[in-house]
Design a binder for this molecule. Sequence first.
Ligand SMILES: NC(=O)CC[C@H](N)C(=O)O
Length: 413
Amino acid sequence: MSTQTQLLDLPPAVLVLEDGRIMRGQAYGATGTTFGEAVFSTGMSGYQETITDPSYHRQVVVMTAPHIGNTGVNDEDAESRRIWVAGYVVRDPALRPSNWRSQRTLEDDLRDQGVVGISGIDTRALTRHLRERGAMRVGIFSGADAQQTDAALLEQVREVSPMSGAELASQVSTDEPYVVPAVGERQYTVVALDLGIKAMTPALMAQRGIEVHVLPADAGLVDVLAVPGVHAAEGPDGVFFSNGPGDPATADHQVDVLRSVLGARIPFFGICFGNQVLGRALGFGTYKLKYGHRGINQPVMDRSTRKVEVTAHNHGFAVDAPLDRDVPAPADAEQGTNFGRVRVSHVCLSDDVVEGLECLDLPAFSVQYHPEAAAGPHDSAYLFDRFVDVMRTGRPPADLIGDNAHSSVEKEA
Ligand SMILES: NC(=O)CC[C@H](N)C(=O)O
């Protein structure tokens, strides 16, 4: 228990993992009860972007950095309209934020939005536990709710539905389509399917002259094709599938839409959930990682340039595709499609998890991590330039390596 929070006589709180491990602390944020999947994030900064990332819907996030909240929160850095984490676990929350951009404390926002958290937790021990046993269901109970027997609390946790098999994109997606205008002259029009999109993604596209038409997760091929491109004969110049919460094995609708998009040779880029949907559309499976990748310091290699990037991650599932060779898309034999060859383009250097896919015969690619880097390093911003180059030429990304070095907005800046 931290001395800082101990001094403050806060209501008690208890964290109960589905395997029976129980940790005690103090109420943080809203007081009450919450459930979700316990996962840990290793980012030392960027907590505001983390909690507002819709991909964290139904997840209780444990922060491994011991001090959280030091720079407060502001009206500019949120990645969506609200906080999505189902619960928040910290060791030593900052009692008084200090930053020129700070407008409120982190705890104010958690409390105002009804997000139940817990502080004073030995987050290092909890992280090691999750790393050894895997991500699992968890409950946080605080105030009066903490006054139940451990057995009663555990029983409630074990009734929560697991992340595997959960379809959640429709719960976080926009209800209505909206447009993010291009900065400067409009050069391309892209349809972005909102499976849990973060604000930084359309912003980075807009900076590159892209007008982004964000559509709800249940949009069909007809809706996609109804958006006219600047150059394309029919439909938009490109299609993008965003990050998002839940199990990609449930995304059958989006897989069908994407198969049609690929069949029409419309340039495609996907991030995170979008990468998993591309994997499935091409005929690969997805699987659940033991404890996932979450944080802003994961080493990934772009295998076409052999450059290593430090990258932001938030994923609990991954695509099951062979690393050692290019393969024909399994869907071609199984579904009668004609997608051609596929390559794993990016790989995580910590554990060899597939971090990107590219088609060798179609203008389509995706990454499992977050080039929009909110929060995180900017090493991977070139992928948005690669998307522009793929739209400009209509060619597979591997044909263009070298070209994209010339079109970086960041380099011009
Ligand atoms: N950030 C994301 O898009 C996450 C994708 C998926 N929900 C996963 O956990 O792997």
